[in-house]
Design a protein around this ligand. Sequence first.
Ligand SMILES: Nc1ncnc2c1ncn2[C@@H]1O[C@H](COP(=O)(O)OP(=O)(O)O)[C@@H](O)[C@H]1O
Ligand SMILES: N[C@@H](CC(=O)OP(=O)(O)O)C(=O)O
Length: 435
Amino acid sequence: MEKIPGLEVYKFGGASVKDAAAILNLCRIVRDFGPQGPLMIVVSAMGKTTNALEVIYDLAYRGEDYSVQLAALENYHKQACTELAESIPTINLVQLQFQLQQLTTSLAEELQFMHQVHMPESYDQGYDQVVSHGERFSALLTSSALAQFLSTAVRYVPAQLLLQTDEVWREGKVDWPVTEAQTSEFVNKALTDATIIVTEGFLGGTANGRTTTLGREGSDYTAAILAYCLRAEAVTIWKDVAGLLNADPKIFPDTVRYPEISYRETIEMAYYGASVIHPKTLKPLADRNIPLRVKSFLDPAAAGTLIHDCQHPALAPAFIRKTDQCLLSFASKDFSFISEENLAVIFAALALAKLKINVMQNSAISFSVCTDFVERRVHQLLDLLREQFTLHYNTGLQLFTIKNYDAASIAQLTAGKRLLLEQRTRSTFQFVCQA
Ligand SMILES: Nc1ncnc2c1ncn2[C@@H]1O[C@H](COP(=O)(O)OP(=O)(O)O)[C@@H](O)[C@H]1O
Ligand SMILES: N[C@@H](CC(=O)OP(=O)(O)O)C(=O)O
């Protein structure tokens, strides 16, 4: 497709649209810091809406009463509408409330269906139809607020029209050629009479028009997919932190910001579990050399972090913690060595149970793997391997990774901890310990 000159992509996550004040702040950021050229805005569900929808969906699925939780979610969005209309008087509150009501009705219908029918084989498909409403509410409120705040045309384009995926519910895989063609068509059409487009993060659509989701926290990835398809000039993800830091400030004290960092370093940090950027975000951007800025929506004038194709001097060590880990070990029952044949069986079972290996270690007669503890999947794995191996596993563990470690950073992080497994390469030190 033809490049659209100057087009940029902004992604606003849950924290940056958590209430009317936050949406108003978003409007000011677009007005005061927005690009000269067209802008594609990707929004996540407001605040913790996705978590709330997951709870409601589970209640509905189990045939239990979810009316209190649903009413609370409805009121949360209604209140945001009312408060936005108080701050931006040109908002047509009656119309906005009507549109919100339509979405609420659609959500209630999806839930009602699951509540009555209870089809285990449709659990994941139903999840996507329900949980996607969080992003829909948010896109409605954000696009309405922006249009009135900026007194300009703002087009809302549903993500299902842009991103086509397969039918792997909750983890939709993007059909790149179709997505590129659709995105080009709908965005060019929208830009004939508007310079700002709003769409939902995290969502896609199948060829049959059903909604899919891309995996939790997938809105960063949506921004990257659209930027790739539109050959955007840059992507900015607006967060509640000063940029990409060397550790999560909610867990580690005294963090430092990386002003500039390469795609490669960032992709590794995301892979090891730095939750500030969804791990799939970097590849589409690196493929088309599109810079990614991480900026603070609380201090939009501040520099943030620029992630691009660059060389930089050695970085301060990065600390990453993954919680809820499980350490599994498999030993041959007859004291024979762990052979390539044994490993092939173990890997096949891990793939079948959809468990990702976070760290692994081989010894003479046993093989250990650290994975995220997803109970259902771990039990599936154990069932698959029980006959052939002696199995041990520990849960409730933490996996720490230090990238670009030095002796001081290892000493600092391991102090007072009992390490169950440790491993180091030239640049990365990892260990598993009790929480
Ligand atoms: N290395 C890191 N640098 C900055 N923030 C980090 C890092 N690792 C984890 N975080 C956490 O990521 C959070 C922001 O990401 P996230 O909550 O996914 O944002 P949103 O959902 O609003 O897009 C921060 O509040 C911070 O706690
Ligand atoms: N709302 C979805 C998608 C997402 O990316 O959200 P956030 O940008 O707030 O992490 C989720 O919570 O998983």
